[in-house]
Design a protein around this ligand. Structure first.
Ligand code: V47
Length: 378
């Protein structure tokens, strides 16, 4: 056992917060298995075997985007370019209507479209809520909120208030990328900076909205920049308590300007998950987003600190276009099986982590064949 793992174990046992230097040393730890044991200990103390998922869909109403983020395979700079699209509100609502009635969440993220009026987003939200009044809308990254404030000459609070009045329920964690200026200048120079991203989440939390946070890892960032990112999130969380979930996002390198970079290895993924669980002592949940990580790595991450796998995820485009080989969607039964097969207890949640179903009620969704593959663990 390496010295850093011993020191961190002692700190955790004594309730002492890990430092930036601890985080950097953990990120450089070769014994990822032992690191995972520590992260799992923290996960067990917080959540036991409970592992969360939801029934949701994604909606990207437009991919027209004035930002030119080098890692992005989804955006098109202008309307009319090959692959550029913007849905009408009716088309977007049609996608919602096609989803099952027990879906609890829609995750909306869009490009920064210069030609749409702000009312488009308000109408989109109102129409979705009219179609499914109980659906929780988690939507609009801090990058979108910052763009709307500038483009439509409003304050951030005004933008948030108008979106909430139209039906917005919480903010997703996207757009954080890596906070370090060095990285942002190189890969996403024309969107909101770290302070701006954090200020928008602070404003949202102060209004009573919950939000998530992310880290895009495995491209040009150093391990110090990963840990600095986590410490900045932890500092804001000390102030507001509004973050629910941290989601490490593994860089995918197809169809974008960074395609020469190889992307993270399997052990990088596990290291980032374990260190996140250990460093982010004040953010309750750690999500292994299977659509990005792949279903198998997401299942393994459940033993490296993660307690959430995201949801059924219909209509995901951002990762598909960047080369993710994950399935287009998972059924509730497939999620229950992958969680049970990891030796964990599935809990269907809503966006705010209220329990929708758990235990035997969820096992009832499994087919005979799915049940059979679990018998070996019984
Ligand atoms: O902000 C874009 C990332 C994010 C690539 O809050 C890429 O519950 C890897 O934030 N390789 C959007 N990553 C997705 C996101 C998210 C997903 C699921 C749940 C939640 C939540 C949030 O995807 C972007 C960017 O960081 N991204 N392109 C790429 N090539």
């Amino acid at each position: 056992m390496s010295a850093i793992l011993d020191q961190v174990r002692a700190k955790i046992a004594g309730g002492v917060r890990l430092s930036f230097d601890d985080g950097v040393r953990l990120m450089k730890e070769h014994d990822v298995g032992a690191l995972g044991v520590l992260a799992n200990q923290v996960r067990q103390e917080r959540h036991g075997d409970r592992t969360y998922f939801n029934v949701n869909m994604h909606l990207n109403a437009t991919n027209v985007c004035v930002a030119d983020c080098h890692f992005c395979s989804f955006a098109r700079l202008q309307e009319g370019m090959p692959g550029a699209y913007t849905m009408t509100v009716e088309e977007a609502v049609g996608k919602v209507r096609a989803r099952p009635a027990d879906m609890t969440e829609i995750h909306i993220v869009n490009g920064l479209h210069p030609g749409l009026p702000f009312s488009y987003y308000e109408e989109l939200l109102r129409a979705i809520k009219a179609e499914r009044p109980s659906l929780h809308v988690k939507g609009f990254t801090a990058v979108e909120i910052a763009y709307y404030a500038e483009h439509y000459s409003m304050t951030v609070t005004e933008v948030l208030e108008r979106l909430v009045a139209a039906g917005l329920g919480s903010l997703p964690g996207g757009g954080a990328e890596v906070f370090a200026d060095r990285v942002r200048r190189k890969i996403c120079s024309d969107k909101v900076d770290a302070d701006g991203w954090l200020a928008i989440h602070r404003a949202a939390h102060k209004m009573g909205l919950r939000s998530n946070c992310t880290l895009l890892y495995g491209h040009i960032e150093t391990v110090e920049e990963r840990v600095d990112h986590m410490v900045r999130l932890r500092t804001l969380q000390d102030e507001t308590g509004g973050f629910q979930t941290f989601i490490p996002l593994a860089f995918h390198n197809e169809n974008n300007a960074l395609e020469k970079l190889p992307g993270p290895t399997g052990l990088d993924d596990l290291r980032v998950f374990a260190v996140s669980r250990l460093m982010l002592d004040n953010i309750p949940h750690l999500k292994a987003y299977w659509a990005m990580l792949g279903v198998k790595a997401a299942q393994i991450a459940l033993w490296y600190g993660a307690d959430d796998v995201d949801g059924t995820v219909e209509e995901e485009k951002i990762y598909k276009m960047a080369g993710s080989r994950a399935p287009d969607a998972l059924t509730r039964a497939e999620l229950v099986r992958l969680i049970r097969n990891a030796g964990r207890i599935p809990v269907e949640r809503d966006t705010l982590y209220n329990v929708v179903a758990e235990g035997a009620a969820l096992d009832a969704v499994l087919s005979v064949k799915q049940r059979r593959t679990l018998e070996v663990l019984a």
